[in-house]
Design a protein around this ligand. Structure first.
Ligand code: SAM
Length: 198
């Protein structure tokens, strides 16, 4: 998202929904990978304006993001629980969550921060739970629209090939599977991770 647009949570939220067709492909992938029972706890890491909170109507949802304006907007818009927090230093108790999601977050994190983030996910999630991470990847050469979108509309500086995301996350989490996800010209990678504690 362009810097100017990103400063206005309402516009930013709307633009994100429009570009992703209200996250249709992302929602489908999360529903496929996470089956939460009513009352179970899910944490949305880098939740932005809370656009995906409605995916978990019966769960105890907590969204975290470093941007206080997004969190203020998300609280008003969705009436769910949110906190301003850095994903590399989560102020959340150990073994709290039954699932974690991170959508469009990892390309904002440098290598060390991404590893630290993976460590935090492992810490705050219960053993044998799942984390689903979906992020943009370098587009195929002829996908000019996505090249242009990433160049002009993305603020994250660490768009990586799927294998690189996988390698960094695998320092603290077990990779169950990874696959490409496409919606129109948007190209994502889905990484499904398992939390294992010895
Ligand atoms: C591309 S947006 C995605 C937002 C949301 N997940 C969605 O799909 O609509 C990335 C978000 O990650 C947040 N973010 C970036 N670095 C972060 C960090 N270290 N800790 C927490 N949030 C972070 C940004 O503020 C931004 O809201």
């Amino acid at each position: 998202m362009s810097l100017r647009l990103a400063r206005h949570p309402r516009l930013y939220s709307l633009a994100q929904k429009i570009v992703s067709a209200n996250y249709r492909a992302v929602r489908r992938a999360i529903r496929r990978e996470l089956a939460l029972a009513p009352g179970q706890r899910v944490v949305d890491l880098g939740c932005g304006t809370g656009n995906l909170a409605d995916l978990f109507p019966q769960a105890q949802y907590v969204g975290v993001d470093t941007n206080p304006a997004y969190i203020r907007f998300a609280r008003k818009a969705t009436r769910r629980s949110y906190a301003v927090m850095d994903v590399a230093h989560l102020g959340l108790a150990d073994n709290t969550f039954d699932a974690a999601v991170a959508i469009g977050l990892n390309h904002h994190l440098d290598d060390e921060t991404l590893k630290q983030f993976a460590r935090q996910v492992r810490r705050v999630c219960k053993p044998a739970t799942r984390a689903v991470m979906i992020d943009i990847i370098p587009p195929r050469p002829l996908n000019f629209l996505e090249h242009a979108r990433q160049r002009w509309a993305e603020r994250g500086r660490y768009v990586r090939p799927p294998e690189e995301y996988r390698h960094l996350l695998a320092t603290h989490l077990t990779v169950e599977r990874m696959y490409p996800l496409r919606w129109g010209f948007l190209e994502y990678s889905v990484i499904v991770l398992r939390v294992e504690k010895g």
